[in-house]
Write a protein that binds this ligand. Structure first.
Ligand SMILES: [Zn+2]
Ligand SMILES: [Zn+2]
Length: 170
């Protein structure tokens, strides 16, 4: 899904749509889209090839909790305000951009790739160590019980379990 920068008039260009994105681009392993991606984006021309993209993205990504290892739905409902730079700036002169600016998304020729922007924004809003909820109790390292759903089976028998794990090591 591409935007032609020549279509951005003085008042800017507004785009609103639902699209499907490929799970392959999600930065976290064991995660996938469980919903289509809704977005609005307003492009404005800032001059010198810089295009401003301001918008909202909303979707649902199924992720695996790092504490209890269960799948859960992560709602993404976020705003963004970014500046896009033409690829030509990079090709012509690397020093034209400072290192912070180099991290911004580039576009090639007259075309802005909306999917690429959304992929980057969604990955940006995905937590590094996803946790199903702030109160997730995780799993017992010893008996493997999911402490959110069941009580630990080794809670009152810590000594026994130590003996057991010592036996296993031998
Ligand atoms: Zn969890
Ligand atoms: Zn346990």
């Amino acid at each position: 899904m591409n935007i032609d920068i020549n279509e951005i008039g003085n008042k800017g260009l507004e785009v609103e749509d639902y699209i499907e994105l490929d799970d392959f681009y999600l930065i976290e392993d064991d995660s996938f889209f469980s919903d289509s991606v809704y977005f609005t984006m307003t492009f404005t021309n800032e001059g010198n090839g810089r295009i401003k993209a301001k918008g909202k993205v909303r979707t649902e990504v199924s992720m695996k909790c790092v504490k209890c290892l269960e799948k859960y739905e992560n709602n993404i409902n976020s705003k963004f305000d970014i500046v896009l730079f033409p690829m030509d700036i990079i090709d012509a002169d690397n020093s034209a951009l400072n290192p912070e600016e180099l991290e911004y998304i580039f576009y090639e020729g007259d075309k802005i790739d909306i999917k690429k922007i959304l992929q980057e924004q969604i990955n940006f809003f995905i937590p590094m160590n996803p946790v199903c909820s702030a109160s997730c109790k995780g799993i017992c390292q010893n008996c493997g019980a999911n402490l959110n759903n069941e009580s630990c089976r080794c809670e009152n028998t810590i000594n026994d379990n130590n003996l057991f794990s010592n036996k296993l090591k031998r």
